[in-house]
Ligand binder design. Structure first.
Ligand code: SF4
Length: 302
């Protein structure tokens, strides 16, 4: 049995750019993010970071080597923090392992980062269970960013939070993006959040990328039938426009990633399906000009 969780995905992220990766739950977004940071071994393909090819399977020394440059903010702020460690130990752990700073310098850095993410320095002596979901996610953000990474994978950092807290964490990331010049891969299934934070967005369906482009272009003029449906099913914040806008639901379930058949993976759910779609797998190609690339994998544009 072969599970193609992520297959033939090629994506580049420029320095100081935020790329949003969207798609339905189970489409392979998190697997892709974890593969980039070495939490999943690659069975094929490569990850190139600043011109250097990263190992196919990370050894403990590789994690040590790349910990200062590549970090991840995890989806679940409840399971991603060690309940036996204090907040000070959690946030300062990376510096303790990977820097030559003294304990008091580390404590100073932790206190400053707690302030930066909207917590108090005296929270250092407390344990994760004493905090709300939103505060825990802030601790996760501080833990990742205290290392001053060059690249951060944010794996659905707000999906486990209440809506009001989601906005706070997004505002925090947006502020830090501007002040620190962060380079991020922002994985989410909430399109509104991706639209708010990302410069470009990539749409994934069943482990493959189907569309990549400048975020607003993709939002206002989606090309791939799956992107169209995904955006049309995303609620508008303005109740008046929400009432009047046409909304088309995506029918059916995302198919199994086991033994994926040839042809377009979206063929079984696509309202524009053609004969060729069940036979040939569409490849990503630019459907605009060189200045504003829009990559789309669909036979409609061949
Ligand atoms: Fe639909 Fe065919 Fe395009 Fe796939 S290739 S999205 S089935 S039109």
């Amino acid at each position: 049995m072969i599970v193609h969780a992520v297959d033939d995905v090629s994506l580049h992220v420029e320095e100081k750019e935020i790329v949003g990766l969207v798609g339905e739950s189970g489409c392979g977004k998190s697997t892709f993010g974890k593969t980039l940071v070495g939490l999943h071994d690659k069975t094929a393909g490569e990850v190139i970071f600043r011109g250097e090819r990263l190992p196919r399977a990370y050894k403990p020394s590789d994690f040590r080597r790349y910990a200062t440059s590549i970090q991840m903010i995890f989806q679940d702020p409840y399971s991603s923090l060690n309940p036996r460690m204090t907040v000070g130990e959690i946030v300062g752990e990376g510096l303790r392992l990977h820097s030559a700073l003294t304990s008091s310098q580390i404590d100073e850095a932790v206190a400053q980062w707690l302030r930066d993410v909207g917590l108090e320095p005296d929270h250092m002596s407390r344990y994760p269970h004493e905090f709300s979901g939103g505060q825990r996610q802030r601790i996760g953000v501080a833990r990742a960013l205290i290392m001053k990474p060059e690249f951060v994978v944010c794996d659905e950092p707000i999906s486990a939070l209440d809506v009001s807290v989601q906005a706070q964490v997004i505002t925090l990331l947006d502020d830090l993006k501007t002040s620190l010049g962060l380079t991020l891969l922002f994985i989410a299934h909430d399109l509104s959040m991706v639209r708010y934070v990302s410069d470009r967005m990539a749409v994934m369906y069943l482990g493959s990328l189907v569309e990549i482009g400048v975020t607003d272009d993709v939002f206002f003029n989606p090309k791939h039938p799956y992107t169209e449906l995904l955006i049309s099913s995303n609620p508008e914040p303005d109740p008046d426009s929400e009432r009047t806008r046409p909304s088309i639901a995506i029918k059916g379930e995302i198919p199994s990633a086991v033994n994926v058949k040839p042809g377009c993976r979206f063929a079984g759910r696509c309202p524009k399906v053609m004969e060729v779609c069940g036979v040939r797998t569409p490849q990503l190609r630019n459907v605009q000009d060189e200045t504003s690339q829009r990559l789309v994998a669909c036979h409609l544009y061949e």
